[in-house]
Design a protein around this ligand. Sequence first.
Ligand SMILES: CC(=O)N[C@H]1[C@@H](OP(=O)(O)OP(=O)(O)OC[C@H]2O[C@@H](n3ccc(=O)[nH]c3=O)[C@H](O)[C@@H]2O)O[C@H](CO)[C@@H](O)[C@@H]1O
Ligand SMILES: C=C(OP(=O)(O)O)C(=O)O
Length: 429
Amino acid sequence: MPSESLLVIQGGQPLHGEFVIQPSKNAALPILAATLLTRHSVTVHGVPQLSDVYTLLRILGTIGARHAWIGPHSLVIHTPEILTVQPPAELVGQLRASFTLLGALLSRAGEARLGQPGGCTFSQRPIDQHLKALRAMGARVSENNGAFHVVRPAPLSGNYLFELLTVGGTQNAILAAVLGEGQVVLENCSTDTDVVDMVNFLNALGADIHGAGTATITVSGVKELRGGEYHVIPDRLEAGTLMLAAAATRGQVTLTNVRTAHLRAVSAKLREVGVTITEHPDGTALSVDARQHRLQAVNVTATEYPGFPTDLQPIIGALLSTVRGTSILMDRIYTRTTHVAELRRMGAQIELADHVMVVTGASLRGTRVKAADIRSGAALVVAALAAQGESVIENVHFLQRGYEDLAARLTPLGAQVQHHEATLPLAMD
Ligand SMILES: CC(=O)N[C@H]1[C@@H](OP(=O)(O)OP(=O)(O)OC[C@H]2O[C@@H](n3ccc(=O)[nH]c3=O)[C@H](O)[C@@H]2O)O[C@H](CO)[C@@H](O)[C@@H]1O
Ligand SMILES: C=C(OP(=O)(O)O)C(=O)O
């Protein structure tokens, strides 16, 4: 019989204590792809233990990378030569970040053949900007039956002005231009932390990239990159999730291993809700206190960094479902609504009209619900922690793509969360 993991949560307990934030999934994945750009050995600290990381390491292994874990979040990775420019499509199709291999392979090997990327399927997730940027830089790009073939006939050079802010598109264009003799100027770039961290990594290995964190990034090609050692940033999305969980349970939680500067939009919104956020002066810890606070409804618009993150829109929806009054949520990046029907089953009052969510505070009660992607799963966990009674969350494998062992890590905060392997009955023919 097939088995599936479940989280069983007894809700209604305020979270209380200290929580160490994991390293960033969305920063670590492109950095692992970027290790392909050097034939020397690289040590990366701050690699989270997540299923997406294991999948990407398998893909990199097919390309010629060998890795060894040297600590819980540290690995050494080494790609002396590229064995293939066409990694297996079924692995590439399991995560979104695999698409950064297009730029990475183009840089190192002058060619890449890649299937469609995967990842969460909450919305249309086009890649036209990635391809337009590569073409503008001189790459030949073709598509056949959903597979992409890119070739570099000469060193990449030129300009591209992104039509919109794209994290993955900016990363792919930078990666493609790192090795070679040309210079590329990218405008209207994403200023996201994940772009900046990848550039800091590449520059630590000898790349010549200027302007990351601003709208204009200049990449001057270099002959080769050396080896090196790098520390990936903490996961601002996990930190935001824990801040929202602390607020939803009216608890008090101190988060360590954070960059408070990366969480400004989340902290500001939570203060507006009525939660006390205290930041440690060194910027690496903060505490969230929602005990005995009267929280109030707010309006939220998810937008590009440094604005309120799209990933946290479903999760703040779970918090606001517990807050008296009516909140209005909009998401300018993606249509993330896969959690709505499930939250309603827990008693949440959420109306959906033209991509606007109207959330009216209610009492949540535990029930059986299904995660549909990483952040909808996290929204259900937050709602279940706040709800009265028992919730059972199905499809935990989605959560495992983005969060390290939540059951074990939430338990010291007083949460009653258990991870079960459930045996599912076989579907009847
Ligand atoms: C801007 C933004 O918040 N990006 C988030 C997005 O990154 P991800 O890299 O998945 O998405 P992008 O940043 O590329 O997309 C931003 C927007 O641009 C559009 N688009 C993108 C590429 C393209 O070629 N054509 C196009 O139209 C997308 O549909 C979307 O509306 O999801 C990640 C995982 O949840 C988050 O960590 C990122 O913070
Ligand atoms: C959507 C996410 O990941 P991916 O882009 O890999 O689907 C996420 O981190 O919430």
